[in-house]
Design a protein. Structure first.
Length: 229
């Protein structure tokens, strides 16, 4: 049995991991989903560090999308962490931001501006009507509509957040590439995985919410990381 911490990204919450949790529980593991405030990457990181400290270790720490930025920070110099799993996630290098990845290295295709709604307080959400098409085109349409209406607003500053020393240089890493991701270019995901020397699994035709649409494949990768501890 392994302790596993699941970290969501923006435009969702910890409940999105429910199907993955169900599979991991059946396998005898101890999965827990973090609930991030999404107010800033440092705030999210503080939550993840606290959650990691609840375990005796070693912990498999899993991050989706911007959750990858969070776990890369939170697992740095953390002796309780045994492995990292990135799921269609940003695995940033020191001095790099998500903007550097999506606007500079892999600018096409990226979601059009209409996909995001920004408010006067500096937070963003994925526009509800665009959510199923761009974030979750391969999950049940009703579930996608519900996800669009339960997403928490996240700070827009996270796009420009500059990463510190990356934990993937310190811990063995795994990566799930979503083969039909419309939010982060699949080629960008594959490139970040290769750079991190991660054991990489590509899920063909999978959306950005691959852990919801293909929970078995994602759980299998997490279990593989757990078995390597």
């Amino acid at each position: 049995m392994a302790d596993i911490l699941l970290v969501h990204g923006a435009a969702t919450d910890g409940s999105g991991w429910s199907d993955v949790i169900r599979i991991l529980l059946r396998q005898g593991h101890n999965p827990v989903a973090a609930q991030l405030p999404l107010t800033s990457i440092p705030d999210d990181e503080a939550v993840v560090r606290r959650e990691i400290d609840r375990f005796d270790g070693p912990v498999v720490v899993v991050g989706h999308s911007f959750g990858g930025v969070v776990i890369t920070q939170a697992a740095h110099h953390n002796p309780r962490v045994g492995a990292l799993v990135y799921v269609a996630a940003f695995a940033l290098e020191q001095g790099e931001s998500a903007v550097d990845i999506i606007n500079t290295r892999f600018p096409e295709p990226t979601p059009p501006e209409r996909v995001f709604a920004f408010d006067q307080w500096g937070y963003f959400t994925v526009v509800r009507d665009e959510y199923p098409k761009y974030a979750a085109q391969d999950i049940d349409p009703e579930r996608a509509r519900i996800q669009a209406r339960t997403q928490g607003p996240a700070d827009a500053a996270r796009f420009g957040f500059v990463g510190g020393p990356p934990a993937w240089r310190e811990h063995p890493s795994w990566y799930v590439v979503a083969g039909d991701d419309h939010m982060i270019h699949p080629a960008a995901e594959a490139w970040m995985a290769e750079r991190a020397r991660a054991r990489t699994t590509t899920v063909p035709d999978a959306s950005h919410m691959v852990y919801m649409s293909r929970p078995q494949e994602v759980a299998d990768v997490i279990a593989d990381a757990a078995s390597a501890l």
